[in-house]
Design a protein around this ligand. Sequence first.
Ligand SMILES: *Cc1c(COP(=O)(O)O)cnc(C)c1O
Length: 349
Amino acid sequence: MIDLRSDTVTKPGPEMRAAIAAAEVGDDVLGHDPTVERLEHRVAELLGKEAALFVPSGTMANQIAVRAHARPGDEVILERGSHVLQFEAGAAAALSGVGFWPIDGTRGTITPDAVRRAIRPQVPHCPQTSLVWLENTHNAAGGSVWPQDQLDAVAQVAHDADLPVHLDGARLWNAAAATGLSPARIAHHADSVSVCVSKGLGAPVGSLVVGTRAFVDGCWVHRKRMGGGMRQSGLLAAGALWALDHLLDRVGEDHSNARLFAERAAGLPGVRVDLEATQSNIVVLDVAETGRTPIELATELAKRDVLLVPFGVTLLRAVTHLDVSREDVARAADVFAEVVSAPAATGRG
Ligand SMILES: *Cc1c(COP(=O)(O)O)cnc(C)c1O
């Protein structure tokens, strides 16, 4: 099976499992877990920030950040396709009473001007803007990467209005590999950041919320309230530490593999791929003109041992990761070409 549904499907290999088995642990809720502390310290350092908090998922990292920055009735400015708005089950409204002001973006980015216009006046009739939210790389836009000067300029607009900036960096490692910039440079103007260790890095579980010491200390109680306090979580942190040591440097390979798939797919009749947006490990395929639905195509592909996910009414998504080789991806591209070129089955459904 060549599984391109997501970079979350990677399974820890023998060396990572050995590191996990050997981890020194404590109780991270009652007191301290030394391996979790090492991970938090390491990630904070990588991002050039003071502190980090290890949490079970990217969704929880984002929701803790929303809760810590905004009060009920407040509003967050973001790009319309952002994960926190589209794929977190309405959690910001449900858990924090926080609303969104979505801006239509270009490849997941928004402009300084659009952000300036979306900031609410401080009058009692309006919700109060309390946060500007950015996502890099941008999942729904196909793993596209922010031009760094644009990200910096948007952060400047927020800071000029005394608003903090949160960066959803679930795939910050991919943004770094794509641009050649360090994670710290990309996150420099963000007040807080969420990063994931179970996507491109291949650790089994976990994300971190990163920021100033005071901000992260404030996040602790929100993690507790959301049920994210873990005990001997050093077992999980050990996998993430091992990945940072051994797998961070290879993330760029996923990008050239995604490029291979994107270029092959873009040449097929009826398939559209925004090659300019394909800058990291995600390929979004618009199959509208094949006359087949994403679900039909995904079902046919699965019969031939290739897994992609339907990603919208006319879209399929393929994601490369450390458990698929260049040969796997080339093979998946061959199978995709066969399936797309085959005449549609009669008696649809
Ligand atoms: C995957 C993802 C998340 C959420 O991570 P989970 O661990 O699946 O909850 C948040 N933001 C972005 C941009 C993501 O791609």
